[in-house]
Design a protein around this ligand. Structure first.
Ligand code: FES
Length: 362
């Protein structure tokens, strides 16, 4: 008889350290015809601390070389013994296809994060409206699971748009949660019904009339939206036309933000000067290079042939987090690093520019 591992209490376990970076797949669950959920733990039994709605970056050892891909966590930190990502096989996506074909129980992957600012923890409210389409449901699921587990009766209107009823991800679990509490109100909108099956819900694409019918008080709600770019644009158009106060609208986007959306420059910030010389020293590898103040640390590293892992390249995913040993950088990130990490001396190499001489661990 093999001796089963002793199950530990949470306070006997350490939080996952993304510097160690390894996750082990412990379960694979088919969700719909082209969506799978992958569940991960760490080989050394850590617990997971993150905000519902955040994402991780996985390093996939694909045949052409490692590929970094960012996936929102569909799990909730209220269930901290594992994390899950729910992946849709997008047409032409090599990474998702690789995940489907290769990630099985026991497979280990390098991972970075969690990171991201798309979470209601940054926008506490009594009433929320979650609007999603396709795999954009994953951060909404994480947030809804958290609020359900929290059990303080937060009012959630949950709108999800899918191609057909059988494409609705997490439908059974969401309906079970909604059946157990009074204040989760679900509305499915599908483009078409499944053949040989009855559909009595909304059909078509989301529009202002549907929004009014589903959540007539949406002007008083904190709105979170996630889905394809055209879908989020359509939702923004509906809300703008209705005069919604867009400071209460938040969306998840993995594409580079527009320049004017970057954070304000503080009075104390030193601004990099075009053409002004700088120097970056990489302490671990013993390399260094002259550059200008408008180069990023990541660009300088790449120029030396030094691999600092990176994914988004605009300060969102946190993959390129690196410790600064000395000197100053000008960093304009988009939520990929926490304030306490900055205080500890970490920077994001992809969006940090050296001011004078800078030494980093890498
Ligand atoms: S590569 Fe994503 S934050 Fe730097």
């Amino acid at each position: 008889m093999t001796s089963a591992p002793r199950h530990k209490h949470l306070d006997e376990m350490r939080p996952w350290n993304d510097q160690v970076q390894v996750l082990e797949c412990v379960a694979v669950l088919p969700e719909t015809r082209d969506v799978m959920t992958f569940s991960f733990q760490t080989p050394d039994e850590s617990w997971f601390r993150y905000h519902p709605g955040q994402f991780i970056t996985l390093e996939l050892p694909m045949p052409g070389g490692p590929m970094l891909r960012t996936y929102t966590l569909s799990s909730s930190p209220s269930r901290p013994l594992s994390v899950t990502v729910t992946v849709k096989a997008q047409a032409g996506s090599m990474a998702s296809r690789w995940m489907f074909d290769n990630v099985r129980e026991g497979v280990r992957l390098k991972a970075y994060g969690p990171a991201g600012i798309f979470t209601f923890h940054n926008h506490p409210a009594d009433r929320y409206l979650f609007i999603s389409a396709g795999s954009g449901i994953t951060p909404m699921m994480s947030m809804t699971r958290w609020l359900y587990d929290y059990a303080r009766h937060t009012d959630i209107k949950f709108i999800h748009c899918a191609r057909s009823p059988s494409d609705i991800i997490f439908r059974a679990e969401l309906e079970r949660m909604a059946a157990r509490v009074n204040d989760i109100d679900l509305a499915w909108i599908v483009e078409r019904a499944d053949p040989f099956d009855a559909w009595t819900g909304y059909k078509g694409r989301i529009n202002s009339l549907m929004l009014e019918l589903i959540a007539s008080d949406y002007h008083e709600r904190e709105i979170f939206c996630c889905g394809p770019a055209v879908f989020m644009q359509a939702v923004r158009d509906i809300l703008n036309a209705a005069g919604f106060d867009m400071t209460h609208y938040h969306e998840e986007s993995f594409s580079a933000p527009l320049a004017e959306e970057l954070g304000p420059v503080g009075a104390e910030d030193v601004i990099p000067e075009e053409g002004k010389g700088a120097r970056v020293v990489f302490a671990t590898s013993g390399l260094e290079a002259a550059c200008t103040e408008t180069d990023t640390i990541l660009q300088v590293a790449k120029g030396l042939g030094l691999n600092i892992p990176s994914a988004c390249q605009f300060g969102v995913c946190g993959t390129c987090k690196t410790k600064k040993i000395s000197g100053e950088v000008h960093m304009v990130h988009n939520g990929g690093i926490r304030d306490d990490e900055v205080e500890e001396g970490y920077i994001l190499a992809c969006c940090s520019k050296p001011i004078g001489r800078v030494e980093v661990e890498a």
